[in-house]
Design a binder for this molecule. Sequence first.
Ligand code: ZN
Length: 508
Amino acid sequence: MPQTSLPDHYTQLRTLKREAATISSIGALVSWDQETYMPAGAAEARSEQLGLLARLEHERSTDPRLGELIGACESDASVKGDERLNASVREMRRDYDIATKLPSELVEELARVGSQAQEAWKSARAGNDYNAFKPWLEKMVGLSRRKAECLSTGGELYNALLDLYEPGATADEIERVFTPLRERLSAFIQDIATNGTPPDTSMLDTKVPEAQQHAFGLRVLGAMGFDLKTGRLDVTTHPFCSGVAPGDTRLTTRYRDERFTDALYGTMHEGGHGLYEQGLPKTPDLFGTPLADSVSLGIHESQSRMWENLVGRSESFWTWALPVANECFDNALRDQTPASMTRAVNTSKPTLIRVEADEGTYNLHVMLRFELERAMMKGDLSVADLPGAWNDRMKSLLGLDVPDDARGCLQDVHWSFGLMGYFPTYTLGNLYAAQFWEAIKRDLPDVESGFARGEFAPLLEWLRTNIHAHGRQYQASELCERATGAPLSADPLMRHLESRIRPAYALD
Ligand code: ZN
């Protein structure tokens, strides 16, 4: 894309988008500060700062001038003839349409009712009182439906919400992949529980002081290729990654004295998100355009799961990481071997809570939510019937009886502020990660054995070339086909889980 040949309306568009991206990067920075270092006394001023930034961002993203320039680019043959420019304009059109289709009165109502509903959810969960939350959830389902009606281009309403997080995906397509996965996972988990011998996990209870865990986390991030000159790692209650601006990617994690693997895998997870942010081409000529943006939440999550699970729970990873952990932890794991660590971090057992679920059972929690939120959006499931439907599915999918709604349908925050259509992206991330992984091992047969020597660069290089460098040039399904040669399937994830979890339980 030589600079000199760019049409004038495209460069003007790029300038506007760059300013909008700069405003949103300021928002990301002050939000990060709020989660990490902000003194409590700044809360009121901070909410005013964020409110003003949100208003400026909204004005920028709905500016009629933006619409005119996008229109001019769309009818310009020189833009259409350039694959990358054309994709950039296509995605700008998509963003502009979404921003302008929602009436501001609805956006405001969603924000206002959503924040009240979230407070109601907090106390309902604490008091295990679904009836107190029910009227709020009814309001949020109604508002979500109105939002979907504004955005929908026909077909199932749920798709319009899903499309906000996973552009181009539809509920039918997801169902086609999820249905075989659900059946195979349920049978797999049942088999492990009945026939497997659980591995020893006692070493995971080793108490490791926070400072030692932090030192280990930084060593692992460094080996993964996360650049600390253009990034940071800090501590929060809820770990996250924020690609604040070019040259500024911030990760957070949390530490508990016991279960040092929680912080390790949390750090590797956010590190995977961070590597994607650092790998996006946020160069001065692209920053602010969709070519410097991530594809979707599912693809973003595939990058975090790749490092957390595919890499971090492999025996070759532990061959390198165990001596490093012993250096950082005063030899606290000296009696362990890479094999014993690998078995311990690949346990799988049905539990009630999604955020505590292991790799083997996690996706069943997501499928349950996908089915229920889709049914609520369709009107096939009433909010009043949600707890019963939840409990029935927990029994059939995971074989568990739900003792109360706090550990059932009240456990997640998402629905309380209208986040519907978001859950499937977690499982899409796992599916994409496993499918990329098989392609990587085909392209680079020695990649996994290199981990044992601390060599993670070939993997990162593959991700940079096949995923990160493209920005939003391709939608997720197309990116997957280009990178792996096949459409998304449940098979790679099942093969991956079987290859890790069965040996941990002494099966095969
Ligand atoms: Zn994530």
